[in-house]
Write a protein that binds this ligand. Structure first.
Ligand code: BT5
Length: 252
């Protein structure tokens, strides 16, 4: 029955739009102001602009389609319309929390996925959301003055041929029991909290800790060693030395 990918049937049946009214209503109780856009270049860019214009914390901009989605270091984030969630929130954290905001953003996504879909998501430091070793979601945290724009791209119903490489996956491909994006988005925002207990939970779900890793540092330097811990500033400690930025490769 469902061979309609070529004529768009698949998308229409399995990729319903978000329900903006229900979403805003449900989330305004938790202090979020949700705006759903049909299309945006990058929700991080939209929210950064609003932050610069003085918007207060609690704005959440979701795009059904993102035409210039960004990763870290000028990389791109690929997302077919309505196949996943692409959204950004505006936070105004106190200074001591700054280093942990990107990490706890990833934790919120992991918790929401585990609770709502039954998929055993974990984290790769700082905030890649993995299932096994495949990436299901990415988080981009950007400082804008004293604010932080926290953007999430999460693959929900993407098919394998819609993902950029073999080490990417989606919740549907991992057997999620629901692919309802409203439900998942609400769960992510509810899970986004910044307490000491969240830091312990982060360590529990961070599959990088306790492993042999390679850290590709900004520039061309690569270090390898044992991932010991995440320190008070959210840095990854490898063989006793803390690193604040880099791409981690999990070694066997
Ligand atoms: C990230 O960067 O993982 C952060 C991605 C954040 C995207 C969200 S969407 C809403 C908000 N608005 C934005 O413009 N961005 C945020 P990074 O760790 O640099 O990973 C990027 C790399 O992941 C790419 O170079 C690809 O190899 C891969 N990638 C791209 N799209 C992917 C996808 N849909 N699933 C898995 N991997 C992907």
């Amino acid at each position: 029955m469902n061979g309609g990918a070529a004529n768009g049937m698949y998308g229409d049946l399995d990729r319903p739009p978000l329900r903006p009214d229900a979403l805003s209503h449900a989330l305004e109780q938790d202090g979020w102001r949700v705006e759903v856009l049909a299309s945006a270049t990058s929700t991080n860019a939209v929210v950064a602009e609003r932050a610069r214009a003085g918007e207060s914390a609690g704005l959440c901009v979701v795009a059904e389609e993102q035409t210039a989605g960004r990763g870290r270091l000028d990389r791109t984030w690929v997302s077919p319309p309505r196949a996943g969630l692409t959204f950004s929130v505006l936070l105004r954290p106190v200074t001591e929390q700054l280093g942990w905001v990107p990490l706890l953003g990833g934790l919120a996504v992991v918790r929401a996925i585990r609770e709502q879909t039954g998929v055993d998501a974990v984290l790769k430091w700082p905030n890649d959301v993995l299932v096994g070793e495949r990436k299901a979601a990415g988080v981009l945290a950007e400082a804008v003055g004293g604010a932080v724009v926290l953007g999430v791209g999460l693959n929900v119903t993407n098919r394998a041929d819609e993902l950029p490489h073999a080490l990417a996956t989606s919740l549907a491909l991992e057997g999620a029991r629901t692919t309802d994006r409203d439900t998942i988005l609400r769960a992510v925002l509810r899970s986004l909290t910044f307490t000491d207990a969240d830091r312990s939970a982060y360590r529990e779900f961070c599959s990088t800790l306790g492993r042999k890793v390679e850290v590709h540092l900004p520039g061309l330097r690569v270090v390898s060693g044992h991932a010991d811990d995440v320190d008070a500033q959210g840095r990854l400690v490898v063989d006793g030395t803390p690193y604040s930025a880099g791409d981690v490769v999990h070694l066997r």
